[in-house]
Design a protein around this ligand. Structure first.
Ligand SMILES: Nc1ncnc2c1ncn2[C@@H]1O[C@H](COP(=O)(O)OP(=O)(O)OP(=O)(O)O)[C@@H](O)[C@H]1O
Length: 250
């Protein structure tokens, strides 16, 4: 069943058609990978879906409700949450208090927010640093913290922009385990990633963009072996590197 339906979404910056007539759906309970070479328009799509950028044209519906260009705070109230490439935490507040604040901002009573915060601290292996200011955490630990903040009250859909980039492999595995566990509980994800082994590992289906357009969508392995997709990536990197999908994953 479709949770989010994106129809004919477009966005131009000056003369550049960053997103050009893009349509796809995110199904209830799936992890959908949004992939494509650098500059293909993935982040711009996420910016529009999460309300950080108004669409020039097109429509986004969530279970038949029109949420096109709704503001980020309104979307968050509807359970549409976005994690950024650059993490957003309160750097002068402890990791635990960041979680507590996130829980209370989402309407939880303090005791319930604390219970969930402590459980997330444990699950995300942040126990040893829970009382440090978030600004003192490593980049990977901050991303884990942001995962916790996003999931303190389960979102309807979580949009993740390159969550694994520049993160230590040990923490990547904690993140992947966290995503898998939430997926098993029925959570829906839209995951932008350049890390193909992780996309293969986690994503049921994938949508590939190139130059602002969707060039392939379907089962992840089918998309990654699609001729146009391989061409698009080869155009970006170097001829001969055909290891799109099948490296060892961290
Ligand atoms: N605010 C902006 N102003 C002008 N051009 C922009 C802006 N944001 C994105 N673009 C352009 O739109 C195109 C799509 O960019 P976008 O960041 O969405 O791609 P991407 O697929 O997320 O890339 P990457 O994988 O490198 O993050 C690029 O040509 C980019 O230069």
């Amino acid at each position: 069943m479709s949770l989010l339906t994106i129809r004919n979404l477009s966005k131009a910056f000056g003369g550049v058609a960053a997103v050009n007539d893009v349509s796809f759906e995110v199904r209830q309970g799936e992890i959908l990978g949004l992939i494509g070479p650098n500059g293909s328009g993935k982040t711009t799509v996420l910016n529009m879906l999460s309300g950080f950028l108004p669409a020039d044209a097109g429509q986004v519906t969530m279970q038949d409700r029109d949420i096109t260009s709704m503001r980020p705070d309104k979307l968050a109230q509807q359970g549409v949450l976005r994690m950024f490439q650059m993490t957003r935490v309160f750097t002068r507040t402890s990791a635990l208090d960041n979680l507590l604040t996130a829980g209370m901002a989402r309407g939880l009573a303090e005791a319930e927010a604390m219970k969930r915060a402590q459980s997330l601290i444990e699950e995300l292996t942040l126990g040893p640093v829970q009382h440090l200011d978030a600004g003192q955490l490593s980049g990977g630990q901050r991303k884990l913290l942001e995962f916790g903040m996003c999931f303190i009250e389960p979102p309807v859909i979580a949009m993740l922009d390159e969550p694994f980039a520049a993160v230590h492999p040990v923490m990547r595995e904690v993140m992947a385990k966290f995503i898998r566990a939430r997926h098993e509980q029925g959570a829906t994800f839209l995951l932008v990633s350049h890390d193909m082994p992780v996309v293969v590992d986690l994503c049921d289906r994938a949508v590939c963009m190139n130059a602002g357009k969707v060039i392939a969508s379907g089962a992840t392995r089918d998309v990654l072996s699609n001729h146009d997709v391989i061409e698009a990536y080869l155009g970006e990197t170097h001829a001969g590197d055909e290891s799109l999908a099948y490296g060892d994953h961290a």
